[in-house]
Design a protein around this ligand. Sequence first.
Ligand code: FAD
Length: 446
Amino acid sequence: MAFDYDLFVIGAGSGGVRAARVSAAYGAKVAIAEEYRVGGTCVIRGCVPKKLLVYGAHFAEDLADARRFGWDVPDCDFSWPTLRDNVLAEVDRLNAAYTTTLDSHKVEVILERAEVAGPSSVRLASGKTVTAGKILIATGARPQLPDFPGVEHGITSNEAFHLPALPKRVLIAGGGYIANEFAGIFHEFGCEVTVLNRTDVILRGYDEQIRDRLLQISMAKGIQFRFNAAFKAIEKQADGSLKVQLTNGAEMDVDCVMYAIGRVPNTEGLGLEAVGVELSNGAVKVDADNRSSVETIFAVGDVTNRVQLTPVAIREGQAFADTFFGGKPTQVDYGCIPSAVFSHPPIGAVGLTESQAKQKYGAVRVYTSDFRPMKNVLAGRNERALYKMVCEAASNRVVGLHMIGPESAEIAQVAAVAVKAGLTKDAFDQTVALHPTMAEELVLMK
Ligand code: FAD
């Protein structure tokens, strides 16, 4: 049977674009549908604009510290519209670059919503139906919203990048990396920030000591935390501010509420159940080859809810293309995926936390270095970095590295190579320190 396309990709984000581009390079006839903007969450309203805001925010501390390094820094004003517009212009540039890449690989870009109409057919919003030998679902995820009266008065990270003005007081709901990153961003810009969390744990999945250190530093900076509380209602006041009622009886007046309580796979209304694609908690269930329960339908990225990170979606898209159009069967290895929280200071981590390692190996050896970075000492900034190395006791193999301190995310990327390679603590010890750096602590731990 002849199809219109060899591959039809739904969603032009990190995973979809990679799969489409590489499959086309292998000679497949490919189309990709996008209902919002080519580039997807990471480029348009995730990692990239977020990191640019983190850079912008960090100048608040750098400018203050510069005075201790002899710079005569006058009182500086921050202009949110300038940063916002420059960031959005960069997003536009990347959006165009992604589109150009798809065009140059002869991938047909269809700027419409698409839904699955059958095992080999896709219905476009315009009403047209097309056929394809394989369909790849790469529709990503969207912010989860809580359910209570007045929920519509809050925003999510999607809207945060477009705020007309900075709120004076902002309440951020959630304890994950997006909540903590935006708490840092808004705080550095001078907003009064409160983080509201249903439990008393932030950054679940990160090492406990590292999470505690971020909490201590964030509180010392002036970010407030309200634990074990949730929303009861939000009412908009005549002056535009928001009156927030919490389940514990407390009330707060703020100017902006942002929900960062998790991300839900985009499977609603996609027609998946009707053709027999199995879902698990709303995510497409796939095997190690990214194949769903329907032979011709595949899924990669956040919509599968395995590891919701851009480099993982990209690897899955690449593996799909290599396997089904490149003749190179490839499965993604999910071990030792490094991750970061771009807080102030940032966290970088790879491998098992101390408690995960204890559960897995029983006996572990833990080495820590708790130090004040040289730059912080001269700047009079009382913030200590914490590095933690977790080793399997029997072999002394490093199974986890966890860091909080300046540049921790950059250091974690390099250190992840050693952890992934299965190096032992001895290999770290045998490496001569590069002095003076913060990363040298990794080879000096006793
Ligand atoms: P997406 O990139 O979400 O792409 C899915 C695309 O499908 C979207 O463009 C959407 O519009 C489109 N779509 C959905 N349904 C349809 C349909 N029916 N028809 C047509 N098109 C459709 N990850 C990191 O690794 N590092 C970070 O620092 C980081 N920071 C983040 C910060 C924020 C604020 C957010 C929200 C996310 C962040 N992420 C980060 C996560 C990262 O953005 C995602 O893991 C990644 O984008 C997932 O890629 P994807 O291809 O699965 O989906």
